[in-house]
Design a protein around this ligand. Sequence first.
Ligand code: G16
Length: 543
Amino acid sequence: MSIKTITTTPFSDQKPGTSGLRKSVTVFQQPHYLENFVQSIFDSLEGVQGQTLVVGGDGRFYNRQAIQIILKMAAANGIGRILVGKGGIMSTPAASAVIRQYKAFGGIVLSASHNPGGPNGDFGIKYNITNGGPAPEKITNAIFAKSKTINSYKIFDTEDIDLDKLSVKRIGEMAVEVIDPVEPYARLMESLFDFASIRKLLQGNFKICIDSMHAVTGPYAQDIMEKRLGAPAGTVQNGVPLEDFGGGHPDPNLVYAHDLVEILFGDNAPDFGAASDGDGDRNMILGNNFFVTPSDSLAVLTANATLVPGYKDGLSGVARSMPTSAAVDRVAEKLGIDCYETPTGWKFFGNLLDADKATLCGEESFGTGSNHVREKDGLWAVLFWLNILAVTEKSVEEIVKDHWKTYGRNFYSRHDYEAVASEPANELMDRLRSMTGDLPGKQFGDYTVDYADDFSYTDPVDGSVSQKQGIRIGFTDGSRIVFRLSGTGTKGATLRVYLESYEPDASKHNVDTQVGLKPLIDLAEEIALIRQFTQREKPTVIT
Ligand code: G16
């Protein structure tokens, strides 16, 4: 067993995106590709020698190989101890919980989230800091800078560690503890939610269906829903994590979670359905024949938070990403708490949570979470909903429609144009950016532009500034269209068009979302010439 120093040359494409470095598996399989990035992480972390790190992933193809490489490199770089999930598995929120519970220095999370897996799918890696959350831009920029000048990396020449048995082993001086990835997370959930009430609900006539989409939440959902909460066996479907997610696209939305959607919108539908993504941080909530938009979900959780033990004393504030609808803003206003608007990317919530400026956070991209960890958390959102349903004894649809009656309805939808050519997609954005100065005051049919800008965020805690975070076009009636290019795709560019309008009148709430938003959808085309630039007649995914 010896430490080897391997000569390498830089790759030019290792800039972390919205959430770490995401590329196709074949890119990661190039000689030295993963190693260069891992060495760049270690080289960017001051004082990491002798410290504890957490390593785990969503179990997708290349997860196991990557973990063995990371363990050997960690030992060669003087890390003191590594906690690794059994089988190399750890959901992203569980990794965050473990970093916090064990007071680790940080962690390396392996996932490409909702992107497909398998030899032809995607892989990803990101670094999380001591608070359990994704590294802020200061650190990801430092990692990228190192990756551009790297000329060697260090790795132990030794056998692989058996990841399938709970054990403590050593590589050189470094301890490797293979831990149960579920138990610490499940205990945290028990401390936040009223498990007794939820158990009563699930053992009565209330029927639920949880779709883990053959991704990481299977073992977590089975342990929590079926074992601890007594839901009938089989409540969790697609519960065995597979390296290729069974060939599916582990993205919990109306298009990709179609198995669950068919069940909840079919005959004899259950009362509640939920799905999670590849790494377990996203969630989709469905009622019997009813879809809850993620933006509404955040607003409902905020409005009902004091019904849940972990939040019974109220919230310090809330935060949402810029493209997320303003439904939660209305709740915050009524509660008299602050509501922060951040760029897309969970990392932007970290400072607000650490400074106790926000307790709940959420995003339109099926992400919701709180200060219990520093990642968004799919099963946490499911338990939050079940806790509210157990206490109120209402249906999902009643809860949301009552919410709209009180606060008005923010009609909301996102149209994605996936994997379009990058150059014209950038041209579309550049063109819109150049138009922002002239748009205010312009009339388009019934709509008058109130403001237009490229969103810029100044972090209220550390003063850091993030620019060019998406084009916002707001209208005088409160409607809004936002254009952004995704920072998580791995093929070409993905254009996201976010559409929102507000309707206070409850008699006008029972309208199909796409119908309600039709005038804005047409306006988005008129202003941005989407068809011309994307060469697509319609979006790939509508949520
Ligand atoms: C990541 C980020 C989220 C973001 C989402 C989509 O989530 O953590 O904050 O909303 O990507 O980002 P984009 O619109 O740039 O594709 P995940 O679940 O993919 O890790």
